[in-house]
Design a protein around this ligand. Structure first.
Ligand code: ATP
Ligand code: CA
Ligand code: CA
Length: 452
């Protein structure tokens, strides 16, 4: 919620939340370092650590310029184990989370959650409701039992669960993997549920620079679906199937498949257009200089007539990024980001998530960003997909009743409540397998990178 230009959550300034959670995470990762590694015990899932951060500092915490707050860490040892499972070293986690300020993302969701992104693009921190936080705690043992059996999954990877307490308000936060690398331009983003009821992006959403579209929009943009090579298609469907089985077993519903699409052909076109724009800008600068020096009457008389260069303003997408200076420094920054991105979160790219034993060797092409799944549009445009399942903390059980244990999630015999999640999972899988993704034997060669 924006108030007077400042972004707030529960009337707390976002800046205060971001700064405080960085202090909190820094403290918990630091104090965990002194606790020796050991096997995970069941009780680790229920543990909670709470620490207060007075502005003047204490024997345990540093002084800071935010207001007095408390920071709770849920299941610290368990989450340390999970981070380890995903190959995230404590130092790397600390660096990602705390070395640079977090960035805030605009959230298209209706829930009012706020999303923060770490500066290196690896992690997302999402504010969650109390019941979602409680559900995740109960979910943890079973969820990670599953993850350790099958790390190739599109399910979200949770790396920490926290509660920031300030001014008698609680802000609960979950740290997870970021699915959409921000250094790769997404030409479209879809939040798909396999349902069509009211599944259209709002007008406000569609007017954003990078809207998140929904099922009906997808049908409109891709009436014939998106094409995957047979082995990729099969791997993806198998992963979705396995994941849905897990979600159904926890009676989870309302999750989505997030699909980010990078369009290689459009990206190449944009690059060409940007080059032309830059050239135009350069020439215009030259013209201006010429006028100052010898008072040349008409820019038209310079040997390179800038007016004759193609105009690209009509493509829309270029207008914003046209500032030559801005795009240069942006590119440099992006290069560092992509280097940082060299697999901090193991098995976490879309491609790795679906391919257990498959050989993941894509053409080493500078223009083809790594980690995505190659695909084609019906018009034969070359696409790279970034995907994952998101928003899984809504359990049908929870809507009915909060008071239950992990055991009752597993052994509940209530057939009515089992029915809806199973319906949801089935519809979800069918939509992905039949409408969203289509199988093609192989891609036609006409577009192969070597022939471009
Ligand atoms: P609601 O409950 O109203 O659907 P929410 O606040 O619970 O919304 P989500 O559904 O989790 O939010 O996510 C909203 C949007 O945020 C997604 O459509 C997607 O654009 C973005 N998003 C969420 N999780 C991730 C992630 N792990 N990586 C990248 N983007 C994400
Ligand atoms: Ca959602
Ligand atoms: Ca939600």
């Amino acid at each position: 919620v924006a108030e007077g230009g400042e972004v707030t959550y529960k009337k707390i300034q976002s800046k205060q939340i971001m700064g405080s959670i960085q202090l909190g995470i820094q403290h918990t990762v630091g104090s965990l370092a002194s606790k020796p590694k050991r096997d995970l015990l069941m009780k680790d899932f229920w543990e909670m650590e709470s620490i207060s951060f007075p502005p003047d500092g204490s024997s345990l915490t540093p002084a800071h310029h935010y207001s007095d707050f408390r920071f709770k860490v849920y299941a610290p040892i368990a989450f340390r184990y999970f981070r380890d499972l995903f190959g995230i070293a404590p130092d790397d986690f600390l660096m990602s989370m705390c070395a640079s300020p977090l960035r805030e993302l605009s959230n298209p969701g209706a829930s009012g959650s706020i999303f923060y992104l770490t500066d290196d693009d690896e992690f997302i921190i999402k504010t969650v409701q109390k019941k979602e936080c409680e559900f995740l705690q109960k979910l943890l043992p079973g969820y990670y039992m599953n993850l350790s059996q099958n790390p190739r999954t599109l399910l979200p990877k949770f790396f920490g669960l926290y509660c920031f307490h300030y001014n008698s308000k609680n802000v609960r936060l979950v740290a997870m993997n970021n699915l959409l690398p921000s250094d790769i331009k997404m030409h479209a983003k879809y939040d798909l549920k396999g349902s069509t009821f009211r599944r259209k992006a709002s007008k406000a959403e569609r007017q954003k620079a990078s809207p998140t579209y929904k099922d009906l929009d997808f049908q409109e943009h891709h009436p014939n679906g998106i094409f995957l090579e047979t082995d990729k298609y099969n791997a993806l469907m198998k992963t979705i199937q396995r994941d849905c089985m897990v979600l159904e077993s926890f009676q989870i519903m309302d999750y989505s498949l997030l699909v980010g699409i990078h369009n290689l052909d459009r990206a190449a076109q944009e690059k060409r257009e940007e080059r032309i724009l830059n050239a135009r800008a350069k020439l215009q600068r030259k013209d201006a200089n010429a006028q100052v020096v010898d008072d040349a009457p008409e820019a038209d008389q310079t040997p390179f007539n800038t007016q004759q260069l193609p105009t690209v303003a009509s493509t829309g997408s270029l207008v914003a990024g046209a500032g030559a200076g801005a795009s240069t420094s942006g590119a440099a920054l992006n290069r560092t980001r992509s280097m940082n991105r060299q697999r901090l979160v193991a098995h976490s790219t879309a491609m790795e998530s679906i391919t257990a034993d498959m050989d993941v060797t894509l053409e080493e092409d500078e223009d083809v960003p790594a980690g995505g799944i190659p695909a084609r549009s019906a018009d034969d445009e070359r696409l790279i997909l970034y995907i994952g399942i998101i928003d899984i903390l809504q359990s049908y059980r929870l809507e009915k009743k909060l008071e239950h244990t992990f055991k009752s999630i597993l052994y509940n015999g209530d057939t009515v409540s089992v029915c809806r999640p199973s319906f949801y999972a089935k519809r979800f899988q069918e939509a992905m397998a039949k409408q969203v993704f289509k199988k093609t034997p192989t891609f036609p060669l006409k577009h192969s990178p070597s022939k471009r």
